[in-house]
Design a protein around this ligand. Structure first.
Ligand code: EPU
Length: 297
C-alpha cells in the first residue's frame, strides 16, 4: 500500500497490535493512522475507499483479539486532541470519539452531572464504547451507553458527516449497528446533581467490579451473557474451568468469563481456549456461548 506523504507523517507502518490492545496480543498492522482532525480523517477514508484498502478503527483496544500475524490495511486511532475532547455546556456534554470513558466521567463528576456513572471502570473510549454499546448488567437490569446518548456524529467511508439521533441507532446488547462509518463524537444530556453525589455513585459502580480480573492483560468478558438472568461467567465456573490453560492463555481464577494473558499468550492460544470453554459449556449446560470480543484476522 503506497500512502500519500501527509498520512506517512501521521502514523506508523508495522505498529504491533500487542501495543494497541489490552490483551497485549497481536502482530503488526500494515499502517496505523492518527489523523489530526476531521479533514485528515476524510482524506484518509477517501484514499482507502479509492484503493479498496480495509479500514478499522481502534479505541483503547479493550475488546479486541488480534491475529498473531497482524492485520492488513489501515487502523485508525483517534487519539489526537481534535478527537480527544470533552466539552460541557449546561447539562449537555459533547465528547470526541477518542476521549476515554474515564475522561468523560471525570468531567461529569466535576460538573456534578449524573447519568453515566455506570461507565466507571470500563476501559474504553467514547467511540469504542458506543460502537459496542458497552454497559453493565445488574440484578435490576442492564444499562448501556446507548440508553444515554442523544446523538452521535459519524463519518461515512465516503467522507460525509451525519448526525444520528440516539433513538434511531439500532443499539443492542453489545452492538450498535454503527458499522461502515467512523464515530467522530457524541452528545449526552445529563441530570444536574452535585459533584459529591456523582462521585459517590461512581465509587458504588467501581465497587461492583471488585470481583473482576484486573491484574493481568485481558479483553474483559470474552463471551456474551446468554440471557439477562444467566451469566456466562457462572456457567464457565460451574464447568470447573477456572485456571484452565492453553499455552499462555488462562481462564481467570477470579472471573471465569475473563481469559487472561499470563505473559506470552498468542491469538491461537486464546482461540483454542475459547473453543474448549464453548465445548464444555455446551456439554454441561446445553448453551452455545457467543463471543463478545472482536477477533481481527
Ligand atoms: N459469576 C460466577 N462466577 C464467575 C463470574 C461471575 O458465579 O466466575 C456470577 C457472579 O457471582 C454474579 C453473576 O455471575 O452472580 C454475574 O457476574 P458479574 O456481576 O461479574 O457480571 P457479568 O454478568 O459476568 C456483566 C458484563 C460485564 C460488566 C458486568 C458489570 C457481559 C458479558 N459482562 O458481567 O462487562 O462489567 O456485568 O456488572 O455482559 C465486558 O463487557 O467486557 C464486561 C466485563
Amino acid at each position: 500500500m503506497r500512502l500519500p506523504s501527509t498520512f506517512k507523517r501521521r502514523g506508523k507502518r508495522g505498529e504491533p497490535l500487542k501495543k494497541l490492545t489490552t490483551f497485549k496480543i497481536g502482530g503488526p498492522v500494515e499502517f496505523c493512522a492518527r489523523p489530526q482532525g476531521v479533514r485528515e480523517l476524510r482524506e484518509l477514508l477517501l484514499f482507502c475507499r479509492a484503493g479498496a484498502v480495509p479500514v478499522r478503527v481502534i479505541g483503547c483496544g479493550s475488546n479486541i483479539l488480534s491475529s498473531d500475524t497482524g492485520v492488513a490495511g489501515v487502523i485508525i486511532k483517534l487519539d489526537s486532541s481534535a478527537f480527544r475532547f470533552v466539552r460541557l455546556s449546561g447539562r449537555q456534554v459533547e465528547a470526541g470519539a477518542g476521549a476515554s470513558l474515564a475522561e468523560l466521567l471525570t468531567a461529569c463528576c466535576a460538573a456534578g452531572l449524573s447519568g453515566l456513572e455506570f461507565l466507571a471502570g470500563i476501559p474504553g473510549t467514547v467511540g469504542g464504547g458506543l460502537a459496542m454499546n458497552c454497559g453493565v448488567s445488574t440484578k435490576a437490569g442492564a444499562v448501556s451507553i446507548g440508553d444515554r446518548v442523544d446523538q452521535v456524529s459519524v463519518m461515512g467511508y465516503d467522507g460525509t458527516i451525519s448526525v444520528e439521533p440516539g433513538k434511531s441507532i439500532a443499539f443492542g446488547y453489545r452492538s450498535s449497528g454503527l458499522t461502515g462509518c467512523v464515530i467522530v463524537s457524541a452528545r449526552f444530556t445529563l441530570k444536574q446533581s452535585n459533584a459529591t453525589a456523582v462521585r459517590k455513585l461512581v465509587r458504588e459502580w467501581m465497587f461492583k467490579r471488585k470481583g473482576q480480573e484486573y491484574s493481568l492483560p485481558s479483553a474483559g468478558c470474552v463471551f456474551k451473557n446468554p440471557s439477562k438472568d444467566c451469566s456466562a461467567g457462572r456457567l464457565i465456573e460451574e464447568c470447573g474451568l477456572k485456571g484452565t490453560r492453553v499455552g499462555g492463555a488462562c481462564v481467570s481464577e477470579k472471573h471465569a468469563n475473563f481469559i487472561v494473558n499470563t505473559g506470552n499468550a498468542t491469538c491461537s492460544d486464546v482461540i483454542s481456549l475459547m473453543k474448549l470453554v464453548r465445548r464444555e459449556v455446551k456439554k454441561r449446560h446445553g448453551v452455545n456461548l457467543e463471543s463478545e470480543i472482536e477477533i481481527w484476522k
